[in-house]
Design a protein around this ligand. Structure first.
Ligand SMILES: Cc1cc2nc3c(=O)[nH]c(=O)nc-3n(C[C@H](O)[C@H](O)[C@H](O)COP(=O)(O)O)c2cc1C
Ligand code: SF4
Length: 579
């Protein structure tokens, strides 16, 4: 074997044409009778540079190439594989590897601006190992921690370590994971369940999918440790059917882990049993909400129901159940391997560890970013993401999906942690981060999220079902409905913002589940930071981003006696100039 070629074969890589690139590579290898192994890997995080391929020649360090398409791959590989010469373009960087000779004049991948400020715990193996081969995970120390925990620790010790580490749920709510596990451990029921929430319904979020596609065993190892700590007897991974590649790799990983004795009966000969099964969801956003998710796993329609009782008291089929997010579980092996103190030194006072964000939208480098909590939004967008392209001006970043809010230019230095973001009406959510520039209309953005929420509301309670529709209607009036001369309509338009704010409060306070409680956030947040844009739409019929179909013409008040009077000015009767 004189080389190994790693092909970024996550959903992003395949979408960018990695399969076609791979076909050309295979043909080239065959034609030249080369001894080359071709290995699929997940996404290394830099989705905007896909297809990415890495080449590892014997004795030399692994080197990454970006945008390797079926058209340019031969020009890149020919000099390298046949003459050990580097091509002069498409090089992303080389991996550090003390055992190998490095390439001269090639920067290290960890010096690339996109990677330099990241701290990779959850993503450390993504894009590096073959997710379809458990031996690659073993080579990185995989399942060693589980083995050690099962042999050397008691369940309450594991809960205590996770509690002390300060790990909080990465699915959005930020509940302390160790505390949830302790509550479950205290339950004496014969059957207890563990659920991994891989529903990931937020538009703009793809972190959980990428973790499962790139390193499924990390999450499974985290689940097995959690099962031991809580006494769970069976595990479910709830994943949406729109994630076929992640589901396939997860299924393969479960089979391989069982065959290796890392899951199933008598794990690593310790007498501990734990099975994990996959449950596919149909892709309704509300099914990420934990009570709806549990109903869906039970085979019922995924509709939320009131809490308490919380899942840990009465969960799936009435049994105690712990639900955690993919990223939460993926942090667990490293916490147990390196200790609570190690983890709690990363991040801020109340938000420990790192957080993975899916950075997308109007930013130079899009992809997966894992940063220590406390990093500022500015650093993520400018230092890591490379800022807005084409000289356009940054306007806002939408965080936390439909339940989240916006960070505007003035707040760019806010640090990323659960509490700081909430203080400006945004939220970390599960980690979607969509960057917007001057070409984005913030009222239109609020309309987009409200339209999503309206479609995804399960309809069970009136404030959410009807309230979100009314909110959407108001946003439609502001952004698109043609303006008539009717005075009544104009009065209505001028009262809209106040009405919206009142309605938002009612929906927030009176909805049954988290979907409704967070539904008005996008409207509230854009109203808070971009009120001027709303007012321009309403009073000047002007959309500064040029997105909304407004004609920029002020309507005439339907008052025949004085057609020159602007509807925006007080009527003559109210004026005191005659006095
Ligand atoms: C409407 C709605 C959608 C949600 N979607 C997800 C999701 O896709 N993934 C997720 O982990 N949590 C989601 N959550 C939060 C979960 O209900 C739950 O709190 C979380 O999975 C707990 O895991 P954690 O403690 O590890 O964060 C959602 C909540 C709501 C209200
Ligand atoms: S708040 Fe919305 S999604 Fe939640 S139960 Fe009520 S109608 Fe359904």
């Amino acid at each position: 074997m004189n080389a190994t070629i790693y092909i970024g074969s996550g959903t992003c890589g395949l979408g960018a044409g990695a399969a076609r690139t791979e076909a050309v590579i295979r043909r080239f290898v065959r034609e030249h009778n080369l001894t080359v192994e071709i290995v699929p890997v997940g996404c290394v995080g830099l989705c905007s540079s896909e297809p990415i391929i890495d080449v590892k020649m014997v004795g030399k360090s692994r080197i990454s190439f970006e945008r390797v398409t079926e058209d340019n791959v031969i020009a890149l590989l020919e000099p390298l594989l046949l003459h050990e010469q580097l091509p002069d373009s498409h090089i992303l960087g080389q991996y550090r590897d003390r055992r190998c000779e490095h390439w001269v004049n090639v920067p290290y991948l960890d010096q690339h601006p996109f990677f330099a400020r990241q701290k990779r715990i959850v993503l450390q193996n993504c894009g590096v190992i073959n997710p379809e081969d458990i031996h690659d995970y073993f080579d990185k120390g995989g399942y060693k921690t589980l083995k050690k925990v099962l042999r050397e620790k008691a369940p309450d010790e594991v809960c205590e370590i996770v509690l002390q580490s300060g790990l909080r749920g990465r699915g959005g709510g930020g509940f302390p994971t160790g505390a949830k596990w302790e509550m479950m451990l205290a339950k004496t029921d014969k059957e207890k369940y563990l659920v991994c929430n891989a529903d990931e319904g937020d538009p703009g979020a793809f972190m959980d999918r990428a973790v499962i596609e790139g390193d499924p065993h990390r999450m499974l190892e985290g689940m097995a440790i959690a099962a031991f700590a809580t006494g769970a007897t069976k595990g479910f991974v709830y994943i949406r059917a729109e994630y076929p590649l992640a589901t396939l790799r997860l299924a393969k990983a479960i089979v391989q882990a069982e065959a290796a004795g890392a899951l199933g009966k008598n794990i690593f000969g310790t007498g501990f049993n734990f099975d994990i099964v996959i449950r596919k969801g149909a892709g309704a956003y509300v099914c990420g909400e934990e009570t709806a998710l549990m109903s869906s796993i039970e085979g019922l329609r995924g509709m939320p129901y009131p809490r308490p009782p919380f899942p840990v008291e009465k969960g799936i089929f009435g049994k105690p159940t712990v639900i955690n997010n993919v990223e939460t579980f993926a942090n667990v092996p490293d916490i147990l391997a390196h200790g609570a103190e190690w983890f709690s030194t990363i991040g801020t006072d109340k938000s420990k560890g790192t957080k993975v964000f899916a950075l997308s939208g109007k930013v130079k480098y899009t992809g997966l970013v894992e940063i220590p909590m406390g990093t500022s939004v500015r650093e993520i967008i400018y230092d890591i993401g490379g800022g807005t392209p084409n000289g356009k001006e940054f306007k806002a970043v939408q965080m936390g999906g439909p339940s989240g809010g916006c960070v505007n230019k003035e707040n760019l230095d806010i640090q990323v942690d659960y509490d700081s973001l909430l203080s400006i009406g945004a939220m970390m959510g599960s980690g979607g981060m969509v960057v917007m520039d001057e070409d984005t209309c913030m009222v239109d953005i609020a309309k987009f999220f409200m339209s999503f929420i309206t479609r995804e509301s399960c309809g069970k309670c009136t404030p959410c079902r009807e309230g979100t529709r009314q909110l959407l209607h108001m946003l439609e009036v502001i952004t698109s409905l043609p303006c008539t001369d009717s005075e009544e309509e104009q009065v209505y338009r001028h009262s809209l913002l106040e009405k919206m704010e009142r309605l938002c409060r009612v929906i927030k306070d009176a909805s049954l589940c988290g979907l409704g409680a967070a539904a008005p956030n996008s409207a509230l947040s854009t109203l808070r930071w971009f009120r001027q844009e709303y007012e321009e739409h309403i009073t000047e019929f002007h959309c500064r981003a040029g997105v909304c179909p407004l004609d920029n013409k002020l309507p005439q008040v339907n008052n025949a006696s004085d057609s020159s009077e602007s509807p925006n000015e007080p009527s003559g009767n109210d004026s005191d100039t005659s006095e």
